[in-house]
Structure formats: structure tokens, C-alpha cells
Design a protein around this ligand. Structure first.
Ligand code: FE
Length: 180
């Protein structure tokens, strides 16, 4: 039988040898966020009543953001349109869109297509939901007929973080660590 096992007197397998060269000069620094679900409540940035987000990566060079969205019961994330796709992973609780008949539950993955307009709600029986979302491009807030009433993009979200952190003790620069 030919079992391919490296003899112990030879150098360790190259599998465990780290890459020997510098990373590309233009490649931004990696980002590791311990306690992504924060114990410090000040990190949650309020968006509207019973709705908060926690920034993880604010990608200004590609125009998207990674964040945790937290909504407490009877909370509504205002009706909005996405020009680009959204990816979500439900970490806690459950939620739904008024425009669809499915419910996103803990452990579930959600893809929303470009062009989608929806209204995220957390029903009264759910204490709290937390979902990881990648939001590309923008959220364009609209009335029930699709008329634009406002927008968020990675830059307005950064502004909201700065406004919140500048008055709650974390400091106006707290958001800078999440920007790439
Ligand atoms: Fe959305």
C-alpha cells in the first residue's frame, strides 16, 4: 500500500509555511472586529425608532457597508429600494418584509435582488432581531408609490456614526477604524 506520509526527519510540509512576501502595496489593511455583537451599547447607532446598526466595515472605495442591524419589537426599517444586491444572515430573532410572505429566521440567509423595494418589520412577538447585512450602493427611501424621500449610502452612514459617537463618549474618530 502506498501511503504518502512525510517522514518526520524532513522539514514540515509547506502547507504550514506562511507566504514569504509582502502583501500588495495597494491592498488595504485587514480588519478584525472582536465582539461583533458589542457588549458596549453605545456602539449601536440609532437609525429610527427601535432600529439600530452596528458598523463592521464601511467600504468607501467600493461603495458598500457591512453592518449588524438590530430591530426591537414593532420596529420598522423604512420602505426603501436597493439599486444593488443585499446579502443577509440572521443571527438572532426573526423579521419579514411587508412585500413578501416569507419570514427570515435565526440561522437563515437572505438574498435581495437589485431593484427590490421593501419594508423590514419586526412583529410584536419578537423581542429583538439582529442580522448581518451587506448593503451595496444605497438604500433609497421611498413612499408607497416609489417616490424618493431620501437615501443612505456608505457616506451618510459614516456621518450618522460620527454624529452618534461624537456625543456618547466613543469619540468622533471611533468610526475611522472600520473604513476601508
Ligand atoms: Fe433593504
Amino acid at each position: 500500500m502506498n501511503i504518502n506520509v512525510a517522514p518526520t526527519n524532513l522539514p514540515p510540509s509547506e502547507k504550514w509555511v506562511p507566504y514569504r512576501h509582502p502583501q500588495p502595496k495597494e491592498s488595504p489593511p485587514e480588519l478584525v472586529v472582536p465582539n461583533a455583537i458589542p457588549s458596549d451599547e453605545r456602539i449601536w447607532v440609532p437609525v429610527e425608532e427601535n432600529v439600530w446598526f452596528r458598523p463592521l466595515l464601511m467600504c468607501t472605495s467600493r461603495g458598500y457597508w457591512m453592518n449588524l442591524l438590530k430591530v426591537r419589537k414593532s420596529g420598522v426599517l423604512s420602505r426603501h429600494r436597493h439599486p444593488l444586491p443585499v446579502h443577509g444572515f440572521v443571527l438572532k430573532g426573526e423579521w419579514r418584509y411587508l412585500e413578501h410572505d416569507w419570514v427570515a429566521t435565526e440561522g437563515g440567509y437572505v438574498y435581495e435582488a437589485p431593484g427590490e423595494t421593501h419594508t423590514l418589520v419586526v412583529d410584536p412577538h419578537v423581542e429583538e432581531m439582529i442580522t448581518l447585512f451587506q448593503v451595496n450602493g444605497a438604500m433609497i427611501y421611498v413612499d408607497p408609490d416609489g417616490k424618493t424621500t431620501g437615501f443612505d449610502d456608505v457616506f451618510t452612514r459614516i456621518d450618522k456614526c460620527r454624529a452618534h459617537y461624537s456625543v456618547n463618549g466613543l469619540g468622533v474618530d471611533y468610526i475611522d477604524q472600520f473604513i476601508r
